[in-house]
Design a protein around this ligand. Sequence first.
Ligand code: FAD
Length: 429
Amino acid sequence: MKQILSWGRYPYCPQTPHKIFWPEDVPKGLAHGATLAYGQGRSYGDACLAESGRVLAMERLSRVLSCDWDLGVVFAQAGLTLAKLIDISLPHGWFPPVTPGTKFITLGGAVANDVHGKNHHASGTFGRHVKRLILYRSDEDVVECSPTVRPELFAATIGGLGLTGIILAVEFDLRRVTSNKIEQRNIRFDNLDEFFELSQAHDASHEYTVAWVDCLSKTGRGHYMAGNHATDGVLIPAPPGRIGVPIDPPFSLVNALSLRVFNALYYHRQQRKEVVSCVGYDPFFYPLDGILQWNRLYGRAGFQQYQCVVPQKDGREVIRAVMQEIAKSGIGSFLAVLKRFGNLPSPGLLSFPLEGVTLALDFPQRDEINTRLFAKLDRLVHDAGGRLYPAKDAHMSATDFKKAYPCWKKVEALRDPKLMSLFWKRVTQ
Ligand SMILES: Cc1cc2nc3c(=O)[nH]c(=O)nc-3n(C[C@H](O)[C@H](O)[C@H](O)COP(=O)(O)OP(=O)(O)OC[C@H]3O[C@@H](n4cnc5c(N)ncnc54)[C@H](O)[C@@H]3O)c2cc1C
């Protein structure tokens, strides 16, 4: 059977999948030694890797169980991807309430990592839109939880890293749309201060905002993108049309030279300071999905993503210091992402976002270089009361995790005794 990895392919811990077609297959998979659910493996580090090396592959448990197209409420099995959900819901005028930068994730993964998107300042995390969950627990069989039914289990499961039970089905609200297009405003900025000014000026009037920054520039130049759903247009889902990376290059194609060239070209891609356009939802939300398996570009050693959030109070200065350390190191990714999170709280106990600023970027895996750089970045982030995103992480220490996520003990108390990930083992034991 083909073994599977996480998106960053680091740590290299191949997993044997046990395919789940029906809810009844879940206890059988657990009896065969699986200790975690695996959605689409779009988590970068070890959050989706089982301690046992055996996972329940959930993608075939993907039926829509009921939908109300008047109210925009869907009840679906947890293996349904956002890509398939959009294909089904968009023609009825509905879109996911929150979507990350890839649509190739499952509902189970969206709940377990309580994912956020470009609309965090307006809509919060995915968990805020969940009405009800159906779980399988090895010690209780099938159970239901919601904000009113077993609320502690619900809170522990939203962002609960798949440890409180196998999510079988999710009921959640959608967002009404009347077009498959986004009206987008793209503004080039020369430094980090300008990014904060743009964010201050435009976040409130745009549902979606994000910035791409040149991680090699000393000033923090980049592009600020803000968008709203267009009002006219058609409700036709985007066609699949994608290209792929066919092979695993032996070494990373992302290096100091390719990075410098790409970042310069990307920064200068628009002549005018500000461009307003109408684009499809695919290029707006999912620019990287256009290249299948782009993670292969980092070569066989894989890569790590560093995503941190720093509270509002010191956000600007700490992110500046983090970016200066990264620029000094001369490594990083083609595109680094910067965004201001809003203050809408999540129902989840281990949800990552905090009101403040988040920065995310990838690093080719080079043990010593990454360890040294991440240690410096970690100190800046943690000393400012910030934290790292478990969905992207492969290096956080147990001390930093426990300090940054003080509710971890409540999740541990509700953990299904048969479930254990490599991430949880690393940060709690
Ligand atoms: C290109 C790209 C862009 C991204 N952008 C963002 C972003 O903007 N915002 C953001 O928040 N994240 C982002 N991510 C991360 C991604 O959204 C999360 O890692 C998401 O959880 C992946 O979902 P998945 O279905 O692939 O789950 P997996 O990665 O397979 O698993 C993630 C977790 O969910 C658990 N899980 C999965 N299914 C179930 C189930 N049925 N029952 C119980 N537990 C389950 C797993 O055990 C694991 O703990 C991005 C990832 C990529 C590759």
